[in-house]
Design a protein around this ligand. Structure first.
Ligand SMILES: NC(=O)c1ccc[n+]([C@@H]2O[C@H](COP(=O)([O-])OP(=O)(O)OC[C@H]3O[C@@H](n4cnc5c(N)ncnc54)[C@H](OP(=O)(O)O)[C@@H]3O)[C@@H](O)[C@H]2O)c1
Length: 383
């Protein structure tokens, strides 16, 4: 039984790329009468500036057009002192005190579940005012739109915290126990379903995988080169995303093992890296895997066909020659590119091995926000 009502107002802390799209989608579904957003600061000079920010989008082309079509009419309105999106009231918390999570009056506004989207608060072990636990002094549960990061490396994951990914381990969520819930990263949501399908199918014949995400730009990057901050470890992050392919790290390898512990149990080798590229959204995971035995492309395609039929909201099986802009606006966690799959077989002693190159697309913004909605539906007991 869920202790979160689908009708109660949802809270969103931070309205950057993920927070704003989440507000779009929640108001588009119109299941709550109000959504509470906290920015902990003013936006521009007036309520109109916030309304304009919410109404237009350089990537998806604007709220009305994207959600309801060109001729839908204006669905972002100001009535009195409030903005309404599709008739849903947006309660805006802009008090500077509320930059600190523990000061946001979620309960006063009826909020039971908060999405923490600022990217600044990620440690489930912290009990400071400005922590995930700060939110649940007033709300009941908090969903982190990123992987948990424990600052004190020796500390254990608390019992009330869990990482869940759709298509893999929603069954690990226990409503009576878990109040801090991480939805992992967009890259983990893209590659983990594929790895789960491979682990379940090949078991101990699955030797290793290496993945590279070629990832669109995010606001954590610099538009033009800027001066590295004091103590910056990865100064490449300060290089211009307009002009570069920027190698960086990803926590995906670790996060995938967290949600698929069989990887460790079976001793499957894993590695992950990332490249940031100058596109506004839509990314691809290139996954090279090694298997014991000989398999052809049709065999591999069949593994993902079956997985996608069992998990139709999570994985799409594509038979089209996609490029990244084709997946902008895709709601799937991952799109398997069956036309791209290719392999080579080798022999050592009496054993044959097959190395496959597999591609998985994802809209790192909109696709990820849809993974959040599926998680929310699960927590609120819809499925
Ligand atoms: N973008 C993606 O593709 C993607 C995909 C999956 C997950 N994520 C994760 O989702 C999180 C957000 O990513 P994003 O791309 O949406 O980042 P973003 O565009 O930078 O948005 C973060 C927003 O949070 C606000 N903020 C920061 N501190 C705040 C505070 N104390 N109170 C209220 N608002 C605050 C920032 O505004 P101010 O100017 O007020 O600081 C900013 O607008 C990150 O953890 C990221 O890793 C991102």
């Amino acid at each position: 039984m869920s202790n979160i009502s689908l009708k109660s107002p949802v809270g969103v802390n931070g309205i950057g790329r993920i927070g704003k799209l989440l507000v779009w989608m929640l108001s588009g579904r119109k299941e709550q009468e109000q959504i509470v957003i906290s920015t902990g600061r003013e936006i521009g000079k007036s309520l109109e500036d916030l309304a304009t920010y919410l109404a237009y989008d350089s990537t998806y082309g604007g709220y009305d057009k994207f959600l309801f079509g060109f001729q839908s009419g204006k669905r972002v309105e100001i009535k009195g002192n409030n903005i309404y999106l599709n008739g849903v009231k947006i309660v805006w918390v802009n008090d500077p005190k509320c930059r600190v999570a523990g000061n946001i009056p979620w309960a006063d506004n009826g909020v039971e579940l908060v999405f923490e989207t600022t990217g600044k608060i990620t440690d489930p072990t912290s009990n400071d005012d400005n922590s995930l636990r700060g939110h649940i002094r007033s709300a009941k549960k908090v969903v982190l739109t990123a992987p948990f990061k424990i600052k004190n490396k020796g500390a254990a994951m608390p019992d009330d915290a869990v990482t869940v990914v759709g298509g893999i381990n929603f069954d690990k969520y226990d409503s009576s126990k878990h109040n801090l819930i991480s939805n992992a990263s967009c890259t983990t949501n893209c590659c983990a379903p594929a790895i789960k399908a491979l682990v379940d199918h090949f078991g101990d014949k699955f030797i290793s995988y290496a993945l590279t995400t070629v990832h669109a730009a995010t606001n954590s990057q610099a538009v033009l080169d800027n001066v590295p901050k004091s103590g910056d470890k990865d100064t490449r992050k300060r290089r211009s995303i307009l002009n570069n392919i920027i190698p960086t790290t990803t926590g995906a390898a670790k996060a995938v093992i967290e949600v698929i512990p069989e990887i460790r149990e079976l001793g499957i080798g894993s590695q992950a890296s990332a490249l940031r590229v100058p596109t506004n959204t839509a990314s691809i995971v290139i996954m090279d895997i090694s298997l014991l035995g000989e398999y052809d492309d049709d065999y591999m395609n069949d593994v993902f066909k079956k997985y996608s039929e069992k998990n139709p909201e999570v994985m799409k099986f594509s038979t089209e020659q996609l490029v990244s802009s084709d997946v902008i606006g895709s709601p799937y966690s991952t799109i398997y590119d069956s036309l791209f799959t290719h392999r080579r077989t080798s022999k050592r002693g009496n054993n044959s091995y097959t190395m496959f190159d597999l591609n998985f697309w994802y809209d790192n913004e909109f696709g990820y926000v849809n993974t959040l909605l599926r998680l929310y539906d699960m927590i609120a007991g819809r499925h």
